[in-house]
Design a protein around this ligand. Structure first.
Ligand code: TXA
Ligand code: MG
Length: 345
């Protein structure tokens, strides 16, 4: 393991985790709000600080392969699931893929919101790995934002949104991937993508064959599992609460548009624009006009997504118009977040 000037901070942060505190830390996707996965009081504080409903399970972050067996009830998996798990881990870990698998009894129920399965991921970010290794080996961490709001891709976003409710923030600049991990259920016979994210469905299917996609993914205009309901009205826990319609939302109302249905000009200073690549005629460059990727690269667009949404959200605009991106690869995750950012406003 290489050591660098942040190691002092990581050691302080690791001690805080060991003592039951909360640390915001960078991963390759977004910043997480971490606590010892086996400390019930610390887990409860995550829910409190994020204002997160107790039906929404947390992802368990590990930094070595053997830790899988401390979290997952491996013996209960059939051969087919084991084979898929091994292939996925070999190819995509460390990286932005969270796998939902039967949990061991020792993992507190609070970590999985009472569900029999846990989502587990091995992040590739060097600092995340060191924090996990120097502390307890298993850190439960949702994205470090208040529930339902934009995920943080910079330490500044965490400071602005959660401030001193967090015991320590490890600042390593902007995250590289910019959208959250793909959440994939491997607990039943047919693997299913519950949330599109940093690893594309195409890449997963190339490795393990056809996978299902949660029927509500990509179909959010017409309704999520629970329609437009607010959380307090939720009749039953959604299968993966990151799929709630009004999620990943800026404070400013956002409308997702096809290229053709975007406004034809930007004469109105109160309107913001988030374009995928080239600007059409009639739209002039300016403060409220952002382009996810000048060269039309979906990876670059994903990396810029939350960053630009945070920036637009801070301009005090009345509305943000966002252009839909091509629905392939990481584009699915981008459209998914934009769709939800529009929510039911
Ligand atoms: O990239 C990421 O995944 C980031 C970084 C910090 O690792 N984390 C993140 O966590 O996005 P969070 O809590 O904001 O989103 C986790 C998603 C939620 O939609 C949650 O419902 C789902 O994963 N999830 C977690 N555990 C689950 C489980 N046991 N079964 C089904 N869905 C689960
Ligand atoms: Mg989140």
């Amino acid at each position: 393991m290489e050591f660098n000037s942040m190691d002092g901070d990581i050691e302080i942060a690791a001690k805080i985790i060991k003592d039951g505190g909360l640390v915001a830390f960078p991963t390759e996707t977004v910043y997480g709000l971490g606590a010892d996965a086996f400390n019930i009081k610390a887990l409860a504080r995550i829910f409190e600080v994020k204002n997160r409903p107790f039906f929404d399970p947390l992802i368990i972050h590990i930094a070595d392969y053997d830790s899988v067996y401390k979290i997952v009830d491996y013996d209960s998996l059939n051969m087919a699931s084991r084979e898929k798990l091994e292939k996925l881990i070999a190819k995509f870990w460390p990286g932005p893929l969270s796998l939902v698998l039967p949990k061991r009894r020792e993992l507190p129920d609070l970590a999985t919101a009472g569900l029999p399965c846990a989502a587990i991921r091995f992040p590739s970010h060097d600092i995340a790995q060191k924090l996990i290794r120097f502390s307890t080996g298993a850190i439960a961490a949702p994205s470090a934002n208040p529930f339902g709001f934009l995920s943080p891709t910079r330490a500044e976003h965490v400071k602005a949104q959660l401030g001193d409710k967090v015991d320590f923030i490890l600042d390593a600049g902007r995250t590289s991937i910019g959208v959250e991990s793909t959440v994939m259920d491997l607990s039943s016979s047919i693997p299913c993508i519950l949330r599109p994210g940093g690893i594309s469905r195409e890449a997963i299917e190339e490795l393990i064959g056809k996978v299902e996609e949660n029927p509500y993914v990509g179909n959010l205009q017409t309704g999520s599992p629970h329609g437009d309901e607010t959380l307090s009205l939720s009749p039953s826990p959604p299968i993966s609460p990151g799929l709630l319609k009004n999620h990943y939302a800026p404070k400013t109302p956002l409308v997702l548009c096809s290229r053709e249905s975007m406004p034809k000009n930007n004469h109105n200073d109160n309107e913001g624009f988030l374009y995928f690549s080239a600007l059409p005629d009639g739209i002039k460059r300016g403060k409220g006009v952002m382009i996810l990727s000048e060269k039309g690269d979906l990876n670059e667009a994903a990396a810029n997504l939350f960053d630009m949404l945070h920036e637009l959200d801070n301009l005090g605009l009345n509305i943000i118009f966002a252009e839909k991106v091509p629905d392939i690869g990481l584009g699915r995750a981008i459209n998914d977040r934009l769709n939800r950012a529009g929510g039911s406003k």
